[in-house]
Design a binder for this molecule. Structure first.
Ligand code: SAM
Length: 291
């Protein structure tokens, strides 16, 4: 279409953002909370190049117009897939998993005469590595106890990563951070050794429920309260007011004395939130009756 900027991913730093970029950036911030400065122009252009080709469109401006039109509703999931950053790992920031079983859960233990079904939420779970790391950690924690079980809720906005989490199949390089002992217990190797694919065992898969949830959306359809919420490496993409709102909403789903884990490069400093720091990147809600 004439008068519209062609999709060119090369630009100098003082060039104006191409037409359509700001409208798309505002749409991303409004819908997902993710902030988008003009420095993100090349990233957005390269991530959307395939979508534009698939739709036969020439510019971000045309793409934005299509995305917000009524015919564009089906384009929103692939758009969210393209614009989210889904980097994750098994046993990422491993101190947190030790803290979970050595400090957090013991402090909430209802006593061995009571059945305990611990609930943990991986909010912004990406392709499931965090949720399955929690599952392996709790699997071992539970093996040493009686009357203990656990359920994990894993939510994200990207359908592509949620599907990968449900499939629970990982290539060999991805499983490298999983200790050998845990690999033996919790991974199945593909029948064809040439594939070098590994699948999480059914006993762990059945304890993780994947679901779509937009952390800045109008409602969280979550009924249970959690011993721990992992909200790691997600709010780094949000501005401060959005971080505060999302953390407050998540904290409403913590049980009294429950724990919130954030990424080590993130901070709640300066946010008005109902949790206090108890370890690096670990926060705790007050127990009932505590100030
Ligand atoms: C960098 S990954 C972090 C994955 C994992 N928590 C970890 O620490 O390894 C961030 C995830 O947050 C998700 N995300 C971003 N904005 C979101 C939103 N508004 N609602 C739900 N998920 C969101 C992205 O799709 C992405 O999978």
């Amino acid at each position: 279409m004439t008068g519209e900027a062609p999709l060119n991913t090369r630009r100098s730093s003082n060039e104006a953002a191409p037409p359509g970029f700001r409208a798309l950036a505002e749409y991303i911030t409004r819908e997902l909370g993710i902030k988008m400065s003009d420095a993100k122009v090349p990233m957005l252009q390269s991530r959307l190049a395939r979508r534009l080709r698939a739709l036969g469109l020439d510019s971000l401006e045309q793409y934005h117009r299509y995305l917000v039109s009524s015919e564009g509703a089906a384009e929103r999931p692939p758009f969210f897939d393209a614009v989210t950053t889904n980097k994750t790992d098994f046993f990422r920031e491993p101190q947190h998993f030790r803290y979970l079983v050595e400090s957090a859960l013991p402090s909430l233990d209802p006593g061995s005469d009571r059945f305990w079904n611990a609930q943990v939420w991986s909010a912004g779970c990406s392709s499931g590595e965090e949720a399955y790391t929690i599952a392996m950690t709790l699997g071992d924690f539970g093996a040493a106890r009686q009357r203990f079980d656990f359920s994990i809720l894993a939510t994200d906005i990207s359908q592509r990563v949620l599907q990968a989490g449900m499939d629970a199949i990982y290539e060999k390089p991805l499983i490298a951070p999983i200790p050998e002992e845990l690999r033996k217990r919790y991974l199945l190797r593909s029948r064809d050794p040439a594939d070098e694919l590994y699948r999480i065992v059914p006993a762990l898969r059945s304890r993780v429920r994947f679901s779509t949830l937009n952390l800045v959306g109008p409602e969280y359809r979550v009924s249970q309260s959690f011993e721990a919420i992992f909200f790691r490496n997600v709010m780094i993409y949000f501005d401060k007011p959005t971080q505060e709102r999302v953390v407050c909403r998540l904290c409403r789903h913590l049980r009294p004395g429950g724990y919130l884990f954030i990424g080590h490069s993130e901070s709640l400093a300066g946010l008005d939130v109902p949790v206090r720091m108890v370890a690096p990147a670990v926060y705790r809600q007050a127990l009932t009756g505590e100030p």
